[in-house]
Design a protein around this ligand. Structure first.
Ligand SMILES: Cc1cc2nc3c(=O)[nH]c(=O)nc-3n(C[C@H](O)[C@H](O)[C@H](O)COP(=O)(O)OP(=O)(O)OC[C@H]3O[C@@H](n4cnc5c(N)ncnc54)[C@H](O)[C@@H]3O)c2cc1C
Length: 429
């Protein structure tokens, strides 16, 4: 895979390209962050705000990984919420439900504050609709709506019955939806680069083309790249499904799923008005879902499907073109100007994974395709832990995770089978 940026819509519309040096020589610092995606950059910024000296090492470019390839949707769909609540009940009892509910929205607040505080130009917009692909999906949307009402967030949500869907989306595909005005969508690369620049201004030293090849932990931790090394009191591994570090400890915990995404040519005003007049981000309720939205220059960005073999899908544009035509027949045959794929780190029980692999080395990964908000939440929790505030970190570090003690290929096949099971179960509902 090239270490340069992929040919995505995001990368063609970067506001200010990064040109950080490659690490050469020896440094010592408080914290080393490995990985320059949203997790690593958000954690570096959080730590710099707390006064820590931080070095961030990115193997490729800032926002090169999933952060540079995603759908840009910031939603309250915390992955693994049910499994998380179940496990938390055993630890914090009846507070578990409140904890998970509040966590759903915490990433939104962090992102909004960052964008305002550091004046990050990332096309941030509010408005999202989760759609019912099957009639039975309305039960879960109604349950979410009822819970939001019970918790005082009701005015931000509207339950949309089937006959009102055309007011929001120009498609007959859905059985209804849940409109959410708190959810957002944004340009993920410009957000990440904006946060990286804010971190740099606070003294973080950033390096690109600086892959960490080894970590040794002793009295302090030292990380090694091809041409340099950095010693620190704490190291955070934030490499998502793209890294192979700390293998004995992390093997079999996270599985790379290749997801596709694309952007059409800009739509005409009439097309925008016909398909998505309120500029909403959209995804449906299926396990393997379609997700789409309009970009700032009014392209339809449309993602969906998975290829759990861990390879990049070969025909992303062709596959997604068919999905676009199925969703919006009036756009059948529209030119797709950008098509790309990226790796999401999938966790079997979907609960984000935080923990330590050795006394000074932390890790933070596994948002199962829902990481724009979650990366910020987890980065905050791990930064607090490094700063000595351990309570939330320990809750996550203590979560039980399934591990498939096989090589990655076998693990991916097992995951693919699991996905097929869930998809079949969904069709039978
Ligand atoms: C196609 C697609 C669509 C998605 N859509 C959405 C969405 O709409 N909403 C949502 O919430 N989430 C979405 N996600 C998920 C979301 O993008 C991710 O959860 C999130 O970006 C993860 O951020 P990260 O920083 O943990 O990982 P990444 O962004 O993958 O960053 C990891 C970085 O670590 C670097 N790295 C790896 N190994 C090393 C090493 N040894 N040394 C140094 N650096 C290293 C990599 O080069 C990479 O830049 C989507 C993901 C994909 C792939």
């Amino acid at each position: 895979m090239s270490s340069q940026r992929c040919p995505s819509y995001y990368n063609a519309t970067i506001k200010q390209e990064t040109h950080y040096p490659s690490l050469a020589g020896e440094l010592s610092t408080d914290v080393v962050v490995i990985g320059g995606g949203l997790t690593g950059v958000a954690a570096a910024l959080e730590l710099a705000e707390k006064g820590y000296k931080v070095v961030l090492l990115e193997a490729n470019k800032i926002a090169w990984g999933a952060t540079g390839r995603n759908g840009g949707q910031v939603t309250g769909s915390l992955s693994g919420d049910q499994a998380m609540t179940q496990q938390l009940r055993k630890k914090i009892g009846s507070e578990a439900e409140d904890f998970v509910w509040n966590m759903r929205w915490r990433g939104h607040d962090i992102i909004k504050q960052r964008v305002e505080k550091y004046q990050i130009d990332c096309d941030l917009k509010f408005g999202h609709i989760q759609t019912a692909y099957q009639a039975s999906h309305m039960h879960e949307l109604t349950a979410m709506y009822d819970e939001a009402h019970r918790r005082g967030m009701g005015e931000q949500l509207t339950l949309v019955p089937k006959d009102e869907v055309p007011n929001y989306l120009g498609t007959t595909l859905y059985h209804g939806g849940l409109l959410n005005r708190r959810n957002m969508h944004l340009h993920s690369v410009n957000l990440c680069i904006g946060e990286a620049r804010a971190a740099e201004q606070l003294g973080v030293q950033l390096f690109e083309h600086s892959a960490v090849v080894d970590i040794k932990d002793g009295a302090a931790a030292t990380v090694y790249t091809a041409n340099g090394k950095v010693t620190a009191n704490a190291v955070l591994i934030a490499g998502n499904a793209y890294h192979k570090l700390a293998r004995p400890q992390l093997r079999g915990m996270l599985f790379p799923a290749s997801l596709g995404n694309c952007a059409t040519v800009p739509l005409s005003e009439a097309q925008v008005e016909a398909i998505n007049p309120h500029d909403l981000a959209v995804y449906d309720c299926r396990f393997v879902l379609d997700y789409y939205r309009l970009t700032a220059d009014k392209r339809l960005m449309f993602g969906g499907g998975t290829n759990y073999s861990g390879r990049e899908p070969k025909h992303v544009a062709k596959e997604l073109g068919a999905s676009i035509a199925r969703t919006f027949p009036t756009l059948k045959g529209i030119d797709i100007e950008f098509a790309w794929a990226g790796m999401a780190g999938i966790v079997l029980n979907r609960i984000p994974q935080l923990g330590k692999v050795s006394p000074h080395v932390y890790y933070c990964q596994g948002y199962s395709g829902h990481g724009v908000a979650t990366s910020h939440i987890m980065a905050e929790i791990v930064a607090k832990a490094i700063d000595g505030e351990l309570s939330e970190f320990e809750l996550f570090a203590g979560m039980h995770h399934w591990r498939i003690p096989m090589n990655e290929w076998v693990g991916n096949q097992a995951l693919a089978l699991g996905m097929m099971y869930y998809q079949l179960r969904e069709r039978l509902r």
